[in-house]
Design a protein around this ligand. Structure first.
Ligand SMILES: *Cc1c(COP(=O)(O)O)cnc(C)c1O
Length: 401
């Protein structure tokens, strides 16, 4: 056996553990409908929470931008990739989240993997929620700082770790909305702990930006920590491929921290800038998000969340409860139904698929072992009847065992 033969054996082991991931070719139809491998499906798998990915205003902005800027950005933002569109977007993002400055990146993964090592290094200390997104974890590893992982949302544990840590530079890292559980961090407490222990905070609001707070200004705005109340020690990061419906990410915060990241973040310096056509579509998305239409979309989404929870929460349906399936306690459009076993979660996913519904099963290592789940993602593009169909189908599958 050579090293090359190992790959076959290891792929077979991976398959035997029901962990093989399979991609599906999708073509968007309208709303939350997709053609998946040639078949029309109702999808609950997208992070396009406000249904903006196919919005006419965003499409029109792209068409106009292509005429002005062409397609590619040509180089890093440090060289020639910093278009007028990208500059305008940064100013508008900072204004929208009510923080002094913002830096626009081509992807969220690259942002987090790279800003953490820009902030801390060997000899420094990181405090990281156990359920933080993979790209934050990778950023921690790349930094070579010492990492203290605290149990999910256990801020007493965080406080004890902060008190015991002698390092001068301490960075607390947390998702604002946890991507596989849908729950929201206690941001006000995290920030007050940072103040007490002279630490910085990096908050990843990938799943709250556009949804939480007045006009969707995000998780920090929702707890009143923006504008004149903004903390000098908080960096706010959010992605632009979820509620904003496009792609990319940004970091916003105090001038000197953002300037430091501009100087020191390798994925900013050494990567081709996002093309202006994306920046222009994002500017159009921001205008929708902050408008009355944005409020209507958020209100509709809330009504869908309430409807799903009425149908699936513990106590709502005897068969769901008897099957041991449990809807997690989430106020956001991420509504995970925990099945537990990997193979069982795949069977439920398949049962829904046979009924024309696509809800992805999420398995370890994305979630802890024994908590395989269906990650139901709701979107303003859904209708009440779509949610009703999902609830009925899940109840039927639970009854069938
Ligand atoms: C999606 C996501 C990212 C990565 O962002 P991309 O733009 O998709 O690379 C980062 N953090 C969290 C919490 C996410 O859910």
């Amino acid at each position: 056996m050579t090293w090359l033969d190992d790959f076959d054996a290891r792929l077979a082991e991976h398959a035997a553990a029901h962990l093989t991931r399979v991609r599906r070719v999708v073509v968007p139809e309208s709303g939350a409908r997709l053609t998946v491998n040639g078949r029309s499906m109702l999808a609950f798998c997208s992070n396009d929470y406000l249904g903006l990915a196919g919005h006419p205003a965003l499409k029109a902005a792209v068409h106009a931008a292509v005429d002005t800027y062409g397609v590619g950005s040509g180089a890093s933002p440090m060289v020639s990739g910093y278009s007028a569109a990208n500059a305008a977007l940064e100013a508008e993002l900072a204004a929208f989240v009510q923080l002094p400055n913002a830096l626009y990146f081509y992807a969220g993964y690259a942002t987090n993997a790279s800003i953490v090592p820009a902030l801390v290094g060997p000899g420094d200390a990181i405090f990281s929620d156990a359920l933080n997104h993979a790209c934050l974890i990778d950023g921690c590893r790349l930094s070579k700082a010492q990492v203290h992982r605290f149990d999910h949302a256990r801020l007493e544990a965080l406080e004890a770790q902060l008190a015991a840590e002698p390092a001068r530079r301490k960075l607390i890292i947390s998702d604002a909305v946890f991507s596989m559980d849908g729950d929201v961090a206690d941001i006000a407490t995290v920030v007050s702990l940072a103040e007490r222990h002279d630490a910085l905070v990096l908050l990843d609001d990938a799943h709250g930006f556009g949804l939480l707070g007045p006009q969707g200004r995000g998780a920090l705005s929702a707890v009143g920590l923006t504008g004149s109340k903004a903390s000098p020690r908080v960096l706010y990061m959010a992605t632009l491929g979820k509620a904003l419906g496009v792609a990319g990410a940004f970091v916003a915060g105090p001038e000197r921290l953002v300037e430091w990241l501009l100087q020191k973040t390798r994925s900013y310096t050494y990567a081709t800038a996002a093309p202006a056509l994306l920046a222009e579509s994002l500017r159009a998305a921001l205008r929708v998000v902050e408008s009355l239409e944005g409020d209507e979309r958020r209100a509709h989404l809330q009504s869908l969340i309430a409807r799903l929870r009425d149908g699936l929460s513990p106590g709502a349906d005897a068969a769901i409860d008897a099957a041991g399936w449990s809807l997690m306690d989430s106020p956001t459009p991420i509504q995970p139904l925990v099945i537990g076993d990997n193979a069982a979660s795949l069977r439920v996913m398949q049962g829904l698929q046979d009924a024309g519904l696509w809800v992805p099963a999420i398995r370890p290592p994305t979630v802890p072992a024994g908590t395989a789940r269906l990650r139901i993602a709701l979107s303003a593009a859904h209708q009440h009847a779509d949610v009703d169909l999902l609830v009925r189908s899940l109840r039927t599958l639970a009854r069938a065992g």
